[in-house]
Design a binder for this molecule. Sequence first.
Ligand SMILES: [Zn+2]
Length: 242
Amino acid sequence: MNAPPLPTDGDDPRRLPTSARVRARLIAAGSRWHANDNIAAHLKAGELDELQAEVQAHMQQVLQALVIDTESDHNTQETAKRVAKMFVREVFRGRYEPMPEVTEFPNVSRLNELMIVGPITVRSACSHHLCPILGRVWIGVLPNEHSNLIGLSKYTRVCDWVMSRPQIQEEAVVMLADALQERVKPDGLAVVMEADHFCMHWRGVKDNDTAMTNSVMRDAFLRDPTLRREFLSLLSKKQQPR
Ligand SMILES: [Zn+2]
């Protein structure tokens, strides 16, 4: 099977690889495009298909560089295509898709009790090795009468959107907290993430006991140790973190 041709540079900007056009737009807009940034606002219709094709072509070259005979080896004939689809449409889609629609409801019953959402299953990948990170997230919200409330399933969708990118766990929890803070505007917000990093199991030290826990505590959760204790104790009752 022949690899699709690599996109080529040329004098005509329309013939630049799609990734180069998108990058030029990001630079012009002064936007960051780190691995865990969302660049959906800078993509035009159809460009995600073009990016996927570009990744596929390069992935085919990676397989060639690994001296894998993708022509005779029936197992790897479609690997470049599968990996490109997996990266762009599945595991890193949180970079390319806009934030999921979140309907906000006014807090008509003026709820001001601690609310805990979780455990939410987290699937991500580390920015360093692109190895899977599998874990769980708990979210604590202390609403006030002006807070917007969002449906329970929306916490899961926002979490999934933030995590479906190459991430660093310490940054992932902050990004998730920021996304929720902006929507819910609570008096206090807490995010706890506990995850297994497969780059530790699969390579490197091959340590099997490498769960990592990170937390973000904001506003009322920072000021009020009783609230913080209440959150952490309810969380451990719901499911004992390892
Ligand atoms: Zn790693």
